[in-house]
Design a protein around this ligand. Sequence first.
Ligand code: ADP
Ligand code: MG
Length: 344
Amino acid sequence: MKPNAIYRSVVILLVMIFSISGCKTHPEEITFSRTSFVLGTVVDVNLFDHGSDELLDTMEARLQEIENTMSVNVPSSEVNLINDNAGIKSVQVSDDTYNVIKKSIEYSVLSHGAFDVTFGPIVNLWQIGTDQAAVPDDQSLAEALALVDYNNIELLDDNYVYLTEQDMRIDLGGIAKGFAADEIIEIAKKAGVESALVNLGGNVKTLGLKVDGKPFNVGIQNPFDMRNAYLGIVSVSDQTVVTSGDYERYFTEDGVRYHHIFDYRTGYPVVNGLGSVTLISSEAIDADALSTALYVLGADEGTRLIETLDGIECLYVTYDNEIYVSSGLKSNFTITDRTFSVVN
Ligand code: ADP
Ligand code: MG
């Protein structure tokens, strides 16, 4: 199977597990569920206490709208319009795109460029997740890396965005799914839903409690076992659980795994002994950007950063089956696979 096919089947399995684990026998539960493929990933929506097909349609249309404006894979997207005019002129975009870029810059600043929304030229070069994925030559890599610098994005009045260097490109792949999860949960909430779970390719967001009044148990994927095995669970309500890992999208060449999260120092996929990092917070946009940032920062620096932020927790899994959790998560994380252990 190609990496993308593996990725998809893993996500589909995850989705199945979530559906199975919902308490279908509970009399008050009226589940409205839908699985679609948007934003380059499998999206699973479950409304547990209340819903309709029209509401699912509205949520799906919102996802499609976000993809159409923010995806680099949609040629006419606003992000591509900004990119195509890099070094030429500023481009006026929607509030959504403007605000997501603004948030991206905030996280680029906070992580000192570990998360950098201008990674577009590097993402393009590696083509990870496509049939063309290959290790680039050194010169192309150096040229692409020289274009990565979030300081060269200008956010102007009236939603105008300007990339000051020619061939610069922004890429919202590390944050857009988080924004999308927040948006569709908000739509459900406004429609009166009190219990819901959405899963955008492993980015989970929950609304309220399960219909039995208990929090949702969300499994943390074992990054080394593609058979959809969990290593532990966290209990959440009105929160999001977002994971970034080297197993999500990758290709293998000469026995080396090249995955989709890049190191700003080298332009190569990050190599730091980490299987994954999971972020738990109330807003998925924060968790998504931070999961990418924390993967790049590594366990020590990443956990230190999280301890300075309110209401956000993290959990790292290393290749040695060691788990590092931030202080606020210790009482809410249960290991289910004893080959792993919390070491801090
Ligand atoms: P996923 O999309 O699998 O949930 P992430 O949220 O970690 O995973 O985002 C990875 C995506 O973010 C990549 O596919 C790429 O588009 C983009 N990206 C890769 N490296 C970085 C980085 N250092 N900073 C910002 N974005 C990145
Ligand atoms: Mg991310």
